[in-house]
Design a protein around this ligand. Structure first.
Ligand code: MYA
Length: 393
């Protein structure tokens, strides 16, 4: 789809500007060369409009993380009809923003100077991205947010430029990010799918509709999930499983064109369960005691805006998995069982990686939202969604 909109900011950035067919010698290369991070990159923050100031937020300070939480709770991403808004919990935000080697000064805020109210936010974390044959240390950008009362004042480009400056000062020149909004530079467009677990609540809050000629009883029966996992040896992952999950997952991810290259420390951080944040499971072979398969999901509630009975829905998102022995459908079926045990209302996934193997069989419904993947300062061909093995929070 061609994007006819003029992009005052994005047209000046090193992202692919819509050219579909690159010459072979142009692809898999930076769009702009690296500079000398000490000599050529400004060492002071960018100028902000009068009355605003930069801050670096300490996510482990009780007051500061509450400020971030409240900015996002009131102003972050909503669905197209403004019925739901992401409600990232404090423990989730602390987990998402503190992986191994994280940089405190990549948690960037803008405050009103007179009141100190936090009105803008953007974050980066370091990630090793495998893209085709290249492994590149990049920044993963997330949680860009401007207070609703200050929208359309060009604050977002300032936040993006400032975090770019801070990342470049660390001699890092590429970034990866996703957005529901279509911008220049997308490398893939993916579709959301939703598996109802508590269909009655989803219908009552307007997340889904009762189908024509289908009763609530029939709907509940259709989406019923058993109470126990059925794969022998399926159990919660523990610290002791980290080395095996590490090799299993990195090996499995080789089949995709763009993925994360995980270290063992990354696996421990990202893939060991934390209540109401992330849940990970392994299949242990009963005889050899080897870990043969692995799956996980993370949890982000959504606030239900303007509803008299329900204030939120609990949403799980398919996260990383790797199967070597168990059929992926059986593995994800067991993940659904565990999601239900943890009171999840709906289990979401994208049509990335090998998800199409289980989407229909496990009754995931086609969603109405897209998620676009982007690379900053890296020229490469456009990917089909099943070539993506990289999952954002
Ligand atoms: S995606 C989540 C984004 N957040 C939300 O959707 C929350 C609700 N919305 C808001 O808070 C605001 O509407 C935001 C825009 C802050 C999104 N990504 O200030 P403006 C461009 C990038 O007047 P506002 C996530 O967190 C827009 O096209 N650019 O607009 C990943 C226009 O530019 P141009 C976006 O509505 C973020 C300009 O901003 C986005 O007040 C990745 C208008 O600015 C968007 N989601 O504020 C960031 N939305 O005129 C990029 C709008 O050119 C990282 N815009 O069209 C790039 C890599 C950086 C590091 C590089 C290191 C090497």
């Amino acid at each position: 789809m061609s994007d006819k909109k003029e992009h005052r900011f994005w047209s000046q950035q090193p992202v692919s500007q819509g050219k579909k067919n690159h010459y072979v010698n142009e692809i898999n290369k930076p769009i702009e060369p690296a500079k000398d991070p000490v000599k050529d990159i400004r060492d002071k923050p960018l100028n902000l409009p009068d009355g605003y100031e930069w801050c670096e937020l300490d996510i482990f300070d009780k007051i500061q993380i509450e400020e971030i939480y409240s900015l996002l709770y009131n102003n972050y991403v909503e669905d197209g009809d403004s019925m739901f808004r992401f409600d990232y919990s404090i423990p989730f935000l602390q987990w998402a923003l503190s992986p191994p080697e994280y940089k405190k000064d990549w948690h960037v805020g803008v405050r009103v100077s007179s009141t100190h109210l936090l009105i803008g936010f953007i974050t980066g974390i370091p990630v090793n991205v495998n893209i085709y044959q290249n492994t590149i240390l990049m920044a993963e950008i997330n949680f860009l947010c401007v207070h609703k009362k200050l929208r359309s004042k060009r604050l977002a480009p300032v936040l993006i430029r400032e975090i770019t400056r801070r990342i470049n000062r660390c001699n890092i020149w590429q970034a990866v990010y996703t957005s529901g909004v279509k911008l220049p530079g997308s490398i893939s467009t993916c579709r959301y799918y939703h598996r109802p677990i508590n269909p009655q609540k989803l219908i009552e809050v307007g997340f889904s509709c009762l189908r024509r000629n289908v009763t609530m009883t029939m709907t509940k029966k259709l989406y019923k999930i058993s109470d126990c996992p059925k794969t022998p040896g399926f159990r919660i992952a523990t610290d002791a499983d980290v080395p095996q999950i590490h090799s299993l997952l990195n090996e499995y991810l080789k089949r995709f064109d763009v993925t994360i290259l995980f270290s063992e420390e990354d696996i421990k951080h990202w893939l060991i369960s934390k209540q109401n944040v992330v849940y990970s499971y392994v299949v242990e072979d009963q005889e050899t005691k080897q870990i043969t398969d692995f799956c996980s999901f993370y949890v982000v509630p959504s606030t239900v805006l303007r509803h008299s009975v329900y204030s939120n829905i609990l949403v799980a998102y398919a996260y990383y998995y790797a199967s070597s022995k168990t059929d992926l459908v059986d593995l994800m079926q067991d993940a659904l069982v565990c999601a239900k045990k943890n009171k999840i209302d709906v289990f979401n996934c994208l049509d990335i990686a090998e998800n199409k193997q289980f989407i229909n069989k496990l009754k995931f419904e086609f969603g109405d939202g897209n998620l676009h993947y982007y690379l900053y300062n890296w020229r490469c061909p456009i990917f089909s969604s099943e070539k993506i093995g990289l999952i954002f929070l």
